[in-house]
Design a protein around this ligand. Structure first.
Ligand code: SF4
Length: 485
C-alpha cells in the first residue's frame, strides 16, 4: 500500500477509523462513504459488515483504499440491510507490516443469542495478558489483533444480551478504545473511560450514525448530534433511538491532544472546536513563544498549513507556499535508478524557487518524529537559494512512544528521546529549531491557563512521558516508564 502522506515514514500514524449506520436503506453504502472520509486514519485495509433480516450478516474485508474496493456495485450488493459498521486500519500492534486479511476488522462472533460484529479504534494495553488467560481457558484466536480479545471476553460472559456482554468484556480491557458494534437490530458505540480516542453521533433522516470524526458525517449529509462521552455506551435502534449507559467507574477524561495537532482532519470538529481553528491558534502561540526575524513563513504541506497561517498572522511575516506538494503522488513510482531512488522527498514535494531565493525562511511543521524528512526538506530549501532556514514545530518534542492506537517508532528512534533541542537543531543543520511548549499547546486547544500539571486535561504521554493508563504489556516486555518526579 502506498503512503497516503508524503512523509508517511516520518510521521506518527493513527491506526484506525470506525463508522456505523442504522435505520437507512443500503446502510453499507453510507458506511463506505464514511470510511472514505476517514481514510486518513488508516490506509492499509478496510472492512464492512451489514445485517439484513433475509440475508443475515454479511461481510467484506479488503486491502487497500476504500475507493478502490467499496465502490464496486457487485461487492456492495453483497452487503444489504439497514444496519452496517465498518473499519479502516493502518495496522494494529500484533501484525505491523504483515497484516493478513483475517486481521482486518470488523470482527464477528456468533453467540447463543445471535451474532455480533465489532470494530475498534485504539489499543488494548493489557491485550497480551488477556490473550494468554483466554487461550489457557480454551479460546481459539483467529487473528493477531488485540481487538479480538473483546469478542472472546463477550463469549465467556454470562450476561443475557449482547450489550451487557460487551459491558462485561470492556470492563476487563485496559487502554484506549472507541468501539462501534452491531447486533441484528442494534448499533452500539462505546468510548473508554478516559475518552482517549474520538467517537461522534450523527443523525440522518430516521437513522443514526457513529463516526470517528465529524468529517464522516459531513460526507453523507448527516447532522452532528454530539460526541459520545468518555465512559459512555450508546445502544441505538431505528425504532427507539439512543439509549445511554455508563458501564465504567467515572474518571477524568484524557482525550488525545495529538488529534488536535495532526491526526484528525482539519475540517472536523472536536469538543465544539474546529480542528482547523485550533491548528491556526497553535501557530499563533508558536509565534508568541518562538519569535524570529525572517522574510517568509512556509508550511510543510499539508498538515503544517493552518499553524503556518497562524504563525504568519501573529508574527506579521508574509505567508507563502514555498513548498508545493505533488497532488498526484497517490502511487509510488517504480524508481528505476539509484539516483532517482535517492530523490525520495523530491518526487512528492518541490520547492517554489522564485519565492524562496534569498529569503530567511520559517518552515512550520506539525511534528518531528525521526527527523529524516526535516533534514531533506532543509536541503531542498537551501538548494533553492534560501538565506536562512528556521524550523518551528506545532507540537512539543515527541520523546515517548504512544501505546494507545498510534504507530510510533521505538523510543530510541525518536529524535527527541535521544537529543536536546540544540542537538536536534545541529543534527538537522538548520539555523534555529523551536517547538511549541506543552502549556502553549494546551492554551491553543482552549485551556486558557495551560496544562494542569497535577491532573492534566489531555493525554499528552508522547510529549510528557506521563501515561494515563499504564501500558502493562509493554512494561512486562521491558519498557521503562518515566520515573515519578
Ligand atoms: S500518547 Fe500521544 S498520540 Fe498517543 S494518545 Fe496520548 S497524546 Fe495521543
Amino acid at each position: 500500500m502506498p503512503p497516503a502522506h508524503p512523509f508517511d515514514d516520518d510521521k506518527l500514524k493513527e491506526e484506525c477509523g470506525i463508522f456505523g449506520v442504522v435505520g437507512v436503506t443500503d446502510a453499507a453504502n453510507f458506511v463506505a462513504l464514511g470510511l472514505h472520509a476517514l481514510q486518513h486514519r488508516g490506509q492499509e485495509a478496510g472492512g464492512i459488515v451489514s445485517y439484513h433480516p433475509d440475508h443475515g450478516f454479511n461481510s467484506a474485508r479488503r486491502f487497500g483504499y476504500v475507493r478502490d474496493n467499496f465502490t464496486s456495485q457487485k461487492l456492495m450488493e453483497t452487503l444489504p440491510g439497514e444496519l452496517a459498521i465498518g473499519h479502516v486500519r493502518y495496522s494494529t500492534a500484533g501484525s505491523k507490516g504483515q497484516t493478513q486479511i483475517r486481521d482486518v476488522q470488523p470482527f464477528f462472533g456468533e453467540f447463543s443469542m445471535g451474532g455480533a460484529a465489532i470494530a475498534h479504534n485504539g489499543n488494548i494495553t493489557n491485550a497480551e495478558a488477556l490473550r494468554r488467560e483466554l487461550i489457557e481457558r480454551g479460546s481459539i484466536f483467529q487473528s493477531s489483533s488485540d481487538s479480538e480479545c473483546i469478542i472472546h471476553l463477550m463469549a465467556r460472559s454470562l450476561q443475557r444480551n449482547i450489550p451487557e456482554r460487551m459491558e462485561d468484556a470492556l470492563r476487563r480491557v485496559e487502554g484506549a478504545f472507541s468501539v462501534v458494534a452491531m447486533t441484528r437490530t442494534k448499533l452500539i458505540g462505546v468510548r473508554d473511560p478516559l475518552g482517549v480516542r474520538p467517537l461522534v453521533l450523527g443523525k440522518i433522516g430516521d437513522g443514526w450514525v457513529l463516526s470517528s470524526e465529524t468529517c464522516g458525517l459531513d460526507i453523507i449529509g448527516a447532522d452532528y448530534v454530539r460526541e459520545i462521552e468518555p465512559g459512555e455506551m450508546v445502544v441505538i435502534t431505528a425504532e427507539h433511538g439512543v439509549e445511554s449507559i455508563r458501564p465504567f467507574r467515572p474518571q477524568k477524561s484524557r482525550f488525545c491532544i495529538f488529534e488536535h495537532v495532526y491526526f484528525s482532519r482539519p475540517d472536523s470538529i472536536i469538543g465544539d472546536r474546529s480542528v482547523y481553528e485550533t491548528r491556526r491558534q497553535i501557530g499563533v502561540e508558536l509565534a508568541r513563544e518562538t519569535p524570529i526575524e525572517a522574510d517568509l513563513v512556509c508550511p510543510v504541506p499539508d498538515s503544517g498549513t493552518p499553524a503556518a497561517i497562524g504563525y504568519a498572522h501573529e508574527s506579521g511575516i508574509p505567508y507563502g507556499m514555498g513548498i508545493i506538494r505533488n497532488q498526484y503522488m497517490g502511487r509510488t513510482f517504480i524508481e528505476p535508478t539509484e539516483q532517482i531512488r535517492n530523490m525520495g522527498v523530491r518526487l512528492k514535494l518541490n520547492v517554489n524557487r522564485a519565492l524562496i531565493k534569498g529569503k530567511r525562511v520559517v518552515l512550520v511543521d506539525d511534528s518531528v518524529v525521526r527527523g529524516t524528512t526535516s533534514r531533506k526538506i532543509k536541503e531542498m530549501i537551501l538548494d533553492a537559494g534560501a538565506a536562512e532556514v528556521h524550523f518551528r514545530i506545532a507540537s512539543p518534542p515527541t520523546a515517548w512512544p504512544c501505546f494507545y492506537g498510534v504507530d510510533t517508532p521505538q523510543r530510541e528512534k525518536l529524535l527527541a528521546a535521544t537529543m536536546s533541542e540544540d542537538e536536534m537543531r545541529d543534527h538537522l543543520g538548520v539555523d534555529s529549531l523551536k517547538f511549541i511548549s506543552l502549556d502553549g499547546l494546551y492554551r491553543a486547544v482552549g485551556e486558557a491557563s495551560g496544562r494542569d500539571a497535577k491532573s492534566p486535561q489531555y493525554c499528552d504521554a508522547c510529549f510528557s512521558g506521563e501515561y494515563p493508563v499504564k501500558p502493562s504489556d509493554m512494561v512486562e516486555k521491558g519498557f521503562q516508564m518515566k520515573a515519578a518526579e
